[in-house]
Write a protein that binds this ligand. Sequence first.
Ligand SMILES: [Fe+2]
Length: 256
Amino acid sequence: MRYGIFADVHANLEALEAVLRAYQHERVDEYLCVGDIIGYAANPKECIEKVKSIAKVSVAGNHDWAGAGLFSVDYFNPFAKEAISWTKNNLDSEARDFLGSLSLEYKNEYLTLVHGTLDNPREFNYMRGDYQVEETFRLLETRLCFVGHSHVAGIVGKDQDGRTFYHDNFDSGRPLPRTDNSGVHIEIRKNVKYIINVGSVGQPRDSNPAAAYCIFDTEKMSVDIKRVIYDAPLAREKIISAGLPRFLGDRLLTGR
Ligand SMILES: [Fe+2]
């Protein structure tokens, strides 16, 4: 089984389409979305429709639930607040109901999906710092946990002796090396559990503007996080023309 796992599309249709084109070469059997389909960019409706049509499961991100009125925007920054209020006005009730129907966690025999952390997922905390990482490992019942939320791809493992090790940058206060477009490949080791942040399709924040997407192969027991360059200038233009904050468009060009 080959899973195509992606997160944080954030209404960026150009990035989503580029990722779906890239997945065409990956023999994916099943797509899974780790939340935040909407918020920030100009095509929430189109992104919801696409994700709905291809993903077997989507879990809720904070923006999804905020768009459905289930999560308060009090702690959102001003740009995110403005984007959510614009997004709500540009979604019909069917789309909002779909966002509201997303659950916080999903689990199958191989993997768990959660947007933030397993420790109180409805608070949408960041997997930042050792506490969140350790709590999620403690609560994790499968070998792999796929997360999103920080928009920075990274992998952390915990072996049977309880040793935690960081494969790639994980948003944990450590310096963030740039993930280059050749991507990251790891073999899943026996007796090791992993938390994998798949990065962001529609608003990467690791100084690399290319869209991020992940493939998990259950036969090879391998995980790849890849990057694909997309038409970020067009996504930016659409954000500005829609009257959304210019900053939300500009940041797509630098991946910050
Ligand atoms: Fe997000």
